[in-house]
Write a protein that binds this ligand. Structure first.
Ligand code: CO
Length: 456
């Protein structure tokens, strides 16, 4: 059997290239072709897609999902889920996590890809159990990074743990695009030899080496690869779907996607991309590779955040210093992988360390919470001297952070009884607060007919 392909253009593609601004109509326009093209899955939903719908597009993310499901009768729809953070940035109580999983599946998601930024599997458990309970397919993603503790052996052991936790498949999630071809080969071989689960590879072209990495992973027996249709591929996004389909044709790895359907969908997406370029939403800079990220191991999205943070402070000339400080902060913090929300937290701390002139003189609340154990267990020991400088003599928790959280859903439902029209609305409010409320209030107002016609 050939390599299977998950199409990412409609989630990570526009997220990586133009701030997740594809509209629901644009997403839906290509689904009839993609549904019949022979993909393993189409990724359509995640934290940024949900957030951008409410915040910038004035669209209901749940509505997008239902409409996508109505079109896709042949191919599974996939979402990305941040473990106990759901689609947000903090830990939520178990009942909210479970309700979100339930509603995601009921509204059309088939595969939930769950990850935790720290690879603390205690933060995955509720989402995994709920996915199985509501009949979804559960993929657990291992957040890939490099550090003295993040060896092939570390990831193989983690893969065994997530298999025991109940995963249906495993994804190697290389959000920064720093997985080297030879390491990918060893990693896939190691996981395949030690678990019975299908293995998927997710990476980004940011550093300019990922097509090579994918090929080595394929040779090592990877089951599924994540690629994006040509207009939304390359640069900070995934490798190109059509190219992999072409390169592997006639080999034992042949993905057997329908070339004509891919072309039809790509032609539509090319117009979406042209509009994003024209409006300035898509900066041509992100379309070429940037091997610098390999040196600093910084994901593309984090790099652009750092650049804009420094620009706002009038300190654009300090970028090099900040990039050098990022690995130091990571080391102090026990080598967290740089994925949401840790990428933003470590990036902000590095900026503060450089701009304030004294390391850890200024510390954001999130880093303090992290040092208190409120995000889970760091992959390696946090530097104790620095931890104490940040938290003083406050106690550090060693249990699962969500164990301290009382159920939230019923309370929220009661509180927003007049505004929320469904449990889905309550969940939107739970995750995105005022942003969701603003959208829902507006939608409710628009729904009231202004002219009443009376039939004679
Ligand atoms: Co990604």
């Amino acid at each position: 059997m050939g390599v299977k392909i998950t199409e990412t253009a409609l989630r990570d593609g526009h997220q990586s290239l133009f701030a997740t601004r594809m509209t629901t109509d644009e997403v839906l326009s290509v689904l009839p072709e993609l549904d019949k093209a022979g993909y393993h899955a189409i990724e359509v939903w995640g934290g940024a897609t949900f957030d951008a719908c409410l915040r910038f597009l004035n669209e209901d993310p749940w509505e997008r999902l239902r409409k996508a499901k109505a079109i896709c009768k042949n191919t599974k729809l996939q979402m990305l889920f941040r473990g106990q953070n759901i689609l947000g940035y903090r830990h939520y109580a178990d009942d909210v996590v479970e309700k979100f999983v339930e509603k995601s599946i009921k509204n059309g998601i088939d595969i939930i890809r769950v990850f935790d930024a720290l690879n603390d599997i205690r933060n995955l458990k509720t989402a995994v159990v709920a996915t199985k309970k509501y009949g979804g397919e559960c993929q657990i993603a291992l957040s890939y990074t490099t550090s003295p503790v993040h060896t092939v052996e570390y990831y193989v052991n983690l893969a065994k743990e997530v298999e025991a936790l109940g995963a249906d498949s495993i994804c190697i999630k290389d959000m920064a695009g720093v997985l080297l071809p030879t390491t990918a080969y060893e990693l896939v071989k190691g996981i395949k030899a030690n678990t019975k689960l299908p293995v998927e590879l997710h990476s980004h072209c940011t550093g300019g080496l990922i097509e090579m990495t994918y090929l080595k992973a394929i040779e090592a027996g990877v089951d599924i690869i994540d690629t994006a249709l040509s207009p939304l591929s390359g640069g900070t996004s995934q490798p190109c779907t059509e190219s992999f389909n072409y390169a592997l044709r006639g080999t034992e790895y042949d993905p057997k996607l329908d070339e004509n359907l891919l072309n039809q969908a790509a032609n539509k997406l090319a117009k979406v991309k042209a509009r994003a370029l024209e409006s300035g939403l898509l900066n041509p800079k992100v379309l070429s590779c940037n091997p610098e990220i390999l040196k600093y191991q910084v994901p593309g999205g984090m790099l652009s955040n750092l650049i804009s943070q420094l620009k706002q402070q009038g300190a654009s000339d300090r970028l090099e210093e900040v990039l050098k400080e990022v690995p130091n902060v990571r080391k102090d913090m026990g080598y967290p992988p740089l994925v949401t929300p840790l990428s933003q937290m470590v990036g902000t701390q590095a900026v503060l360390n450089v701009l304030s002139g004294e390391r850890y003189k200024m510390v954001p609340k999130e880093i303090t919470d992290y040092c208190l154990g409120k995000y889970g267990k760091a992959p390696a020991e946090i530097n104790e001297e620095i931890r104490r400088k940040i938290i003083g003599d406050q106690p550090v928790i060693t249990h699962r952070p969500a164990d301290d959280l009382a159920p939230e859903f019923a309370e929220l439902k009661k509180k927003y009884k007049g505004v929320a029209k469904s449990d889905e609305d309550v969940l939107s409010i739970a995750l995105f607060g005022d942003v969701a409320l603003k959208f829902i209030n507006q939608r409710n107002e628009d729904a009231i007919p202004t002219v009443l016609t009376v039939e004679a």
